[in-house]
Design a protein around this ligand. Structure first.
Ligand code: NAD
Length: 284
């Protein structure tokens, strides 16, 4: 399963145009990353405000990564807000990054599949829904593949390519090539709960919160794991991912309905982490 880790999938025709649906935490940052890497990106959301916020974050990324202001401006020009989804018809890759709900995702696929270009890949960024469940109802189910980016997109090199025995081999190859093209590392994984990385991470984050419940300060837990060699402590990671998402993933992957008390208390106060400015830490 780790065969391709560290190698970039450079084979296959290169992608020129990506259409991203869902301009939230992930879709907005995936769109920005693809534009930074030279692709034309159309970004669609049902909520215009989310696209505007994503553009703001993208411009900050371009300014940071491109020292030449003309290059930063060119990247900004490549990221095109597309409320009507016109870009869907021309894109080589369509990335779906909408709400984590199988019914909502399938309803979207039914609308967009007939409009997609022949041979275009349909990729979902789902963290927890199986590819099998999502592709039922598609006219060409073999074209759906998981392309699972991690948060924050600009900092995380790994992207899981989630496949099943039915996934078309050309689609798999094209997905790997695309991820290599945008300077990320593709890791093939099977469509099992948590895929690979989150299956390992969920119990790690849960145990970190149990330590907090037992009276150890979040700063202490994080400092210990950073000193151990992790790039970021587990509690800071939970703030980055979002406390609501950490709860859902933890419940699904551990099979336990109960959540740590420290998490429950913050969720009750709508303290969801970086995205709300307050989680275990204060971010604004
Ligand atoms: P989010 O709530 O921040 O964004 C979702 C966006 O989708 C919203 O802007 C919403 O307006 C839009 N949307 C919903 N239904 C739509 C529709 N039918 N058409 C157009 N737009 C629609 O969510 P997120 O955290 O970015 O998660 C998106 C996907 O990425 C989910 O599948 C999630 O599991 C996955 N994911 C999330 C993370 C994370 O850390 N947040 C990490 C990896 C993968």
């Amino acid at each position: 399963r780790l065969k391709s880790l560290g190698k970039k999938g450079r084979n296959g025709p290169s992608v020129r145009h990506v259409h991203v649906i869902g301009a939230g935490v992930m879709g907005g940052d995936i769109a920005a990353w693809c534009a930074l890497k030279g692709l034309t990106v159309t970004l669609q959301d049902q909520d215009r405000g989310r696209v505007a916020v994503a553009q703001g974050r993208a411009h900050a990324l371009f300014a940071k990564k491109k020292k030449d202001t003309r290059e930063a401006r060119a990247a900004a020009d490549r990221l095109i807000p597309d409320m009507d989804g016109k870009g869907l018809r021309h894109a080589d890759v369509v990335i779906e990054a909408i709400t984590e709900n199988a019914g909502i995702k399938r309803a979207l696929y039914a609308q967009i599949e007939p409009l997609m270009k022949h041979g275009a890949i349909l990729a979902t960024n789902t963290s927890s829904i199986s590819i099998e469940e999502l592709r039922s109802g598609l006219q060409a189910p073999q074209r759906l593949v998981g392309i699972h980016f991690f948060n924050p997109v600009a900092k995380m090199p790994l992207v899981e390519v989630v496949e099943t025995p039915e996934t078309d081999s050309d689609v798999k190859a094209a997905a790997h090539a695309f991820i290599g093209q945008i300077d990320k590392l593709p890791l093939p994984v099977q469509s099992t709960p948590g895929f690979l990385v989150n299956a390992v991470l969920a119990p790690y984050m849960l145990e970190a919160m149990r330590c907090v419940d037992e009276g150890i300060r979040p700063e202490t837990v994080d400092a210990a794991m950073v000193a151990f060699g992790m790039p970021m402590g587990p509690i800071e990671l939970i703030d980055t991912v979002g406390l609501d998402i950490a709860r859902d993933a933890g419940q699904q992957l551990s099979g336990q309905a109960s959540t740590p008390a420290c998490l429950e208390a913050r969720l009750a106060r709508q303290e969801l982490g970086r995205k709300t400015g307050q989680g275990f830490y204060q971010w604004k």
